[in-house]
Design a binder for this molecule. Structure first.
Ligand code: SF4
Ligand code: SF4
Length: 134
């Protein structure tokens, strides 16, 4: 895929917004891929965890459209494996928050199947509610 980089985006508001919310330095990531190698949800994601960070580093805000931040279970495996100390779950959370600010939620709590809720662990229910619209 051909990507056109905008020099202004490389120092732009989108990167600052992610870093302000997540309190992470996006450029600390060197794309080693250890996070993706350990993530239990990669088969469901449209972008691997390291592939989420790369466009964010480049100021490409289309990454907000990815389903991956909404599937992230905040299990912290990627953070534990990262040799650069990047707290990726915080970046996933920042991308969800930015999407919510744009009115682009992927989770509507009221739409969740009651049968699924009945058997889901409490942490999953609370996590889903924190991510979406009521
Ligand atoms: S493990 Fe850390 S440094 Fe490596 S790709 Fe993932 S976030 Fe980047
Ligand atoms: S915190 Fe999210 S991105 Fe990181 S390993 Fe767990 S599910 Fe994957």
């Amino acid at each position: 895929m051909r990507v056109v980089l905008d020099p202004l985006a490389l120092h732009g508001a989108f990167i600052r917004e992610i870093e302000a919310i997540s309190e992470q330095n996006l450029l600390a990531c060197n794309q080693c891929g250890r996070c993706s190698a350990g993530c239990p949800l990669v088969e469901e994601m449209d972008l691997l965890p390291n592939q989420i960070i790369r466009p964010a580093q480049l100021g490409l805000d289309t990454v907000v459209d990815s389903t991956s931040p909404w599937l992230c279970a905040a299990c912290l495996m990627c953070e534990a494996r990262c040799p650069k100390g990047v707290d990726l779950p915080r970046i996933m959370d920042a991308l969800r928050q930015i999407a919510l600010r744009r009115g682009e939620s992927r989770v509507v709590a009221g739409d969740v199947d009651p049968a699924l809720l009945a058997g889901a662990p409490q942490m999953a229910i609370v996590g889903a509610l924190r991510r979406g619209e009521k």
